[in-house]
Design a protein around this ligand. Structure first.
Ligand SMILES: CCCCCCCCCCCCC[C@H](O)CC(=O)SCCNC(=O)CCNC(=O)[C@H](O)C(C)(C)COP(=O)(O)OP(=O)(O)OC[C@H]1O[C@@H](n2cnc3c(N)ncnc32)[C@H](O)[C@@H]1OP(=O)(O)O
Length: 269
């Protein structure tokens, strides 16, 4: 395990090869979001995306919340924003969450507490969400005069939990607890609070044991399939990905390992 690097709004740790853990670190403010956090999250996401040896990113929060959304104490400075200024502000935030969503390796959100507003949007930027029993979600936007059309939340919710549940969630702004979140697919699974990070690491290790190219092109295909309009277009994307992988070193290594009844040694080349 290398030494953690401390940014102003989060810490970055590397518990073992191939795994990076980003922990939002403003627990006194429920890890709520500020412009500094957006700038730092975009920077670290772009940095991680360039690391050839990286296989999985885990995103979690320090203290009792995952992320309370935009820092409403910080919002005062924004209340005088013109619409154009607000557009710039929203685009700054959207760039950060887009950078996290588009990291080429899987991102696991270990939801340790409340994910409210932009915190919900942030959890949705991850590919997988595992939660402690304290995990709670709300589209708090409508309670403070904003919309659930926020940082990808409306895009993900309609695809993840279905349009009707997304509508109820978005329009009521009510809290959804971990049990309900798991039942509607907002959480992949619930684990005891004390083992949340260990469970996220265990899932990350499973992913690390697989072909990096296979995993990363699987992520690319799953993301692309949320965009393509037809089954035929999806097949075209999938076919190209598989063809690319068969030209790499990992598939022959996997086949050889299978025959020799040993674990494959993937290189990602
Ligand atoms: C008037 C509108 C201005 C909005 C300006 C927005 C500017 C534009 C920014 C664009 C880009 C970002 C867009 C972003 O995605 C938009 C949003 O995120 S909007 C939603 C903002 N978040 C919320 O509304 C959530 C509010 N909080 C809660 O719902 C609950 O606190 C919780 C997170 C569900 C946790 O509930 P509890 O566990 O019961 O804890 P408490 O409620 O008691 O809170 C404890 C403590 O934390 C403080 N706190 C909680 N959330 C925030 C927050 N978001 N910002 C600042 N502080 C927060 C809370 O005040 C308590 O403090 P204490 O009283 O103990 O000092």
């Amino acid at each position: 395990m290398t030494e953690p690097t401390t940014w102003e709004t989060f810490t970055l740790e590397r518990p073992e090869p191939g795994i990076a853990v980003v922990t939002l670190n403003r627990p006194e403010r429920m890890n709520s979001m500020t412009n500094t956090m957006f700038v730092e999250l975009e920077k670290v996401a772009l940095q991680l995306d360039r690391e050839d040896d990286l296989r999985v990113v885990i995103l979690t929060g320090a203290g009792k919340a995952f992320c309370g959304g935009f820092d409403l104490d910080d919002a005062d400075g924004l209340s005088s924003l013109t619409a154009l200024g607000m557009l710039d502000q929203q685009e700054l935030a959207a760039r950060a969450l887009s950078a996290i969503r588009n990291i080429r390796v899987p991102v696991i959100a270990a939801v340790n507490g409340a994910a409210a507003g932009g915190g919900l949007s942030l959890s949705l930027a991850a590919d997988i969400r595992i939660g402690s029993p304290a995990a709670r979600f709300n589209a708090a936007f409508v309670r403070i005069g904003l919309s659930a059309g926020d940082l990808g939340a409306s895009w993900h919710l309609t695809r993840l939990i279905g349009p009707a549940r997304a509508a109820e969630f978005a329009y009521t702004g009510r809290l959804i607890d971990a049990v309900e979140a798991e039942s509607i697919g907002l959480l992949n699974t619930i684990v005891p609070a004390e083992s949340l990070l260990d469970e996220a690491l265990a899932m990350a290790r499973l992913i690390c044991a697989n072909s990096p190219g296979g995993v990363q092109l699987s992520k690319r295909a799953l993301h692309a399939n949320m965009e393509v309009s037809s089954y035929a277009a999806a097949l075209e994307l999938e076919n190209r990905g598989q063809a690319l992988l068969t030209r790499g070193e990992d598939m022959p290594e996997a086949l050889a390992a299978f025959k020799e009844k040993r674990s494959p040694k993937f290189t990602g080349r």
